[in-house]
Design a protein around this ligand. Structure first.
Ligand code: GYE
Length: 311
């Protein structure tokens, strides 16, 4: 009987876990893909996933995490909408001995509040985007407008930082306007309309840097509505590598994107299974790859490769 119990508890440890997932919302195509990949990863591992969508509100995430703690889940995944305000609720999870894994965004709190954080290097993403622009415009004057992600989120802070570092050495490249589009298409379009109006119909704008593809896709529509050609009159560089940006790149309406994998859950579940099985402590930060794609990189093929992933 002892052996059978030991085997079944080991199996329980590796999968059969019940994991609560506090997801930000579905503000972008990338976020929707992360949700569907997480659900299929859980399914294939025999993990019982309890999913909570916070409609981009931190208070809803905190409520959901408290609910998971009350249910006594084995682990909690959190994609933290902003970087601050997590100490109390994550301390409650710690008190309850429930490991927490952060997905795709970070927090400012103490590192012992989470087992590991699975995310891209978002400063690098900004640097890669900025370097593409530097290499493209060379010494031509280039006035840039920037659509920032959600205010106070680590991707918005870090992608801004990395882009500014990359263009710092190029005095001919300047950011003339920068505002949040909250990672959504509709807000990206609306804010870009404001930029165009404020800048003489967009004639003075050389490039748009958007912290995600969804805001870029919204902005592309605004640029067209203003009678300008996105991708030529106004260069477009963004981040996520969602299918719709490859459609725009193939049509010459966008120029470059930096890939962000929607599969943060795979490494998260691996780390949790090992931790549950024999207490293996994972690295505090598990960093996913960031790769640049342009029109030279088979955009139609890249579109096909991503369709069906739930974007
Ligand atoms: O780039 C964007 C989503 O947190 C890095 O959140 C993620 C970002 C991603 O809204 O599409």
């Amino acid at each position: 009987a002892g052996l059978a119990t030991a085997l079944s508890s080991a199996a329980m440890a590796a999968d059969g876990m019940t994991v609560g997932f506090s997801q930000i919302g579905s503000e972008s195509g990338w976020r929707a893909a992360e949700t569907s990949v997480t659900k299929s990863q859980a399914e294939s591992r025999g993990i019982n996933l309890k999913f909570a969508d916070a409609q981009q509100k931190q208070e809803n995430q905190i409520k959901a995490i408290r609910g998971f703690i009350a249910q006594g889940v084995d682990a909690i995944l959190v994609a933290p909408v902003v970087a601050t305000g997590w100490d109390d609720v994550l301390n409650e999870a710690k008190e309850a001995n429930i490991p927490v894994v952060l997905l795709d965004r970070g927090i400012d709190g103490p590192e012992d509040l989470y087992l590991t954080s699975v995310a891209s290097d978002q400063v690098k993403e900004g640097r890669v985007a900025g370097q593409w622009l530097v290499d493209t415009v060379k010494d031509k004057d280039c006035k840039v407008v920037e659509l920032q992600g959600t205010v106070g989120s680590t991707p918005a802070i870090n992608r801004k930082k990395g882009f500014e570092e990359a263009i710092a050495g190029s005095k001919n490249i300047t950011i003339i306007r920068s505002q949040t589009g909250d990672f959504t298409r509709s807000k990206g379009k609306e804010v870009m309309e404001g930029f165009l109006k404020a800048e003489n119909g967009g004639k003075g704008i050389c490039a748009l840097y958007a912290h995600n593809d969804d805001m870029a896709v919204g902005a592309i529509q605004a640029i067209k509505d203003a009678g300008l050609k996105p991708g030529t009159d106004i260069l477009v560089v963004s981040i996520d590598a969602v299918p719709d940006i490859f459609t725009a790149i193939a049509a010459g309406e966008a120029n470059a994107t930096v890939e962000l994998t929607p599969n943060m859950a795979g490494p998260a579940f691996d780390a949790l299974a090992a931790f549950k099985k024999d207490g293996t402590v994972p690295p505090k930060f598990i960093i996913t790859e960031s790769k640049l794609y342009t029109a030279a990189d088979d955009p139609k093929g890249e579109y096909e490769r991503r369709k069906g992933l739930g974007y």
